[in-house]
Design a binder for this molecule. Sequence first.
Ligand code: TA6
Length: 300
Amino acid sequence: MQSTAQLHAQFGIENHLTFEIHSGGMVVAHLNSGKAKASVFLYGAHIASFCPGGEEEVLWMSNHTSYTEGKPIRGGIPLCFPWFGAPSTETNFPKHGFARLMHWGVSQTALLADGKVQITLFLESSDETWYFWPHEFKAELTISLGSDLHSALKVINTGTLPLRYSAALHTYFKVGNLNAIAIEGLSGTLFYTQGSTEQHFQTEPFLSIDRPLDRCYINHCQATLIHDASMNRTLVADKQGSEVTVVWNPGEATSRLIDDIHPNGYLEFVCVEAANTYDDTIDLDPGEWHLTAVRISVAQ
Ligand code: TA6
């Protein structure tokens, strides 16, 4: 692992990109495009903050997340790879894959001609990943920050055999009051409820969340808009390379059982996730790659 001094020397960009050690001991990169700020932990390639100029924070972070290795960070954008949900092999393997529990390296940073600040983090197959998943791969997360935040996960099959994976950019959007939001963009779409194989169809133009919800919308490629009346703003998640959108909020009872969600924290977020799962699980032949991306913005 590189020290923050080494990272600064090799990848720092004056006034735009700095590295520091977070109070929990993890390295965090701070991006500033002049139009927005964002932070990403190298542990898990975990985006923890996105704040467009003049706006409040867009991503929710739990006050109770521990920032300790071996435990996923709660909030922001956890990166689920190479499986989404429960492991299909060993039941003691981590839920949502191992990528969010590993240190990622930095491979490049740039200040682009259009003023965007970019950082690419990477994770490659190693003895540690082979223990969980016997495949040769390289995963890269490229974050580009202008006035919006673009996050793109590229997975490359670097081996000689085919591989299959599922993934998600598991975004926790910060909302003023869960009960006062209306989610647009899911109407006319089939969905599964977590743990069930029964399909449902959403007819309502807007989804309100007045109960625990864990849905996987399938064949869904369009943008999702979160209208938040209490914060007087609309958040937009527009994605590429993902045909499943997961919408999740645990509700009060389940959230009380999740030790790293602070009391009543469930009222402050909704997860809208760009996923590759169900029929959109990704198969890669040797040398092939796939990109899953989401652009997050505040509607003007
Ligand atoms: O994406 C929804 C989901 O799979 C839910 O079922 C819920 O468990 C959530 O992810 C959070 O998972 P985590 O492992 O981060 O607690």
